[in-house]
Design a protein around this ligand. Sequence first.
Ligand code: ACO
Length: 422
Amino acid sequence: MAESITITDNRTGESIEIPIVDGGVAATEWEKLLPGVWFYDPAFMTTAAAESSVSYIDGDAGKLEYRGYPIEQLAEQSTYLEVAYLLLHGELPTRDEFDEWVHEITYHTFIHENVRKRFLEGFHYDAHPMGILVSAVAALSTFYPEAKHIFDPEIRYKQMIRLIAKMPTLAAAAHRFSVGMPFVYPDNSLSFPANFLSMMWKTAEPRFDANPALARAVDVLFMLHAEHEQNCSTTAMRVVGSSHVDPYSACAAAAAALYGPRHGGANETVIRMLSEIGSLEAVPDFIKAVKEGHGRLQGFGHRVYKNYDPRAKIIRRVAYDVFEVTGKNPLLDIALKLEETALEDDYFIARKLYPNVDFYSGLIYQAMEFPLEMFPVLFAIPRTAGWLAHWVEMLDQDTKIARPRQLYTGQPRRDYVPVESR
Ligand code: ACO
């Protein structure tokens, strides 16, 4: 059987045969036969916009791999910083490479005093931390003007280190500012997640030592959120990066995409939904209402996964580790009951709707006392590694500037009428 498709233009009878390579057909071949006829694919539902070797998802089987490594193995045995290295370099580091990487990241966690004093403190007292983060990341490009030399390997690498290292500092600063607490400087003696928790929660103690189980939980959640191939924010990174702008500006665009409730805000919606349901007894009526079309079961369903999201399984386990320290989140029982009810219900079975990564992550963050507004920020910190991995890949592929076509549905040509005559 030929691994190809044949397209015939019925207007002329001309045909073209296009090979199927890596599960896709090259649209440039199609264009040879049909110049000026565009693929109509809003939201890129059936378009592969890139060749990529960063991560692999099998949505039907519920599998996720970073550079070939199953997410379950990484979550069990690795750390976020090692995963970030893997995503950016394509291979796991040797001991020496890893030590150097951790050192570099650790020594780039400080932000310029002007970012904090003049920039962050200029926001309104109740500014949303994600709005602060998006703006602060964009502002970094003005502090590192050399960043625009994106084809200089050393300069490029330095900005990647800075971005991964400074994200937690900016994120914690955004939170501290929004609750009126003083800024906490990074502590280079702490691990990446422990340092983040210190910058979040430290008060008067000389050194903040986070509970190791909570620091590990944050690290696992960071690994799970580090990368997810061509999602909305990564696509934003690639599209904006294709203009050859500096990585801070491109990352700010990606973070802005993540701010949206359909993307980075879903776990917050889950918490609101669970709070509204309020009791185990209310679960059947809620499920009935969802089936009748009154809203969605938040944290369920996924564009790609038509099976249990592998990250949701890992998060469920992490939740119990966290609750041993923090006490159980009272919303957990409602979440478990919802899951159990939905997974046995024909409506959800027929539509292949399973819990996604957001179903349980919010419960963990809430139990650790992160405010709801910080949820997308907690997503942006680790996803920076994924964004950068795709950015580098895109630059190395010498990709053209992203510039789709449109199907014009507006007015035909008409003449301007002066305002007095309208
Ligand atoms: N609850 C109830 N029904 C649902 C849900 C849900 N959560 N998700 C999908 N459906 C139903 C739809 O009503 C539709 O039914 P129909 O065929 O009878 O019309 C069918 O399942 C297919 O739904 P689509 O909207 O076509 O699926 P799509 O792939 O576009 O949506 C999405 C995926 C947006 C994630 C969706 O499942 C959803 O809204 N889920 C809730 C929000 C959520 O959890 N988002 C987080 C996603 S993970 C992330 O971004 C990190």
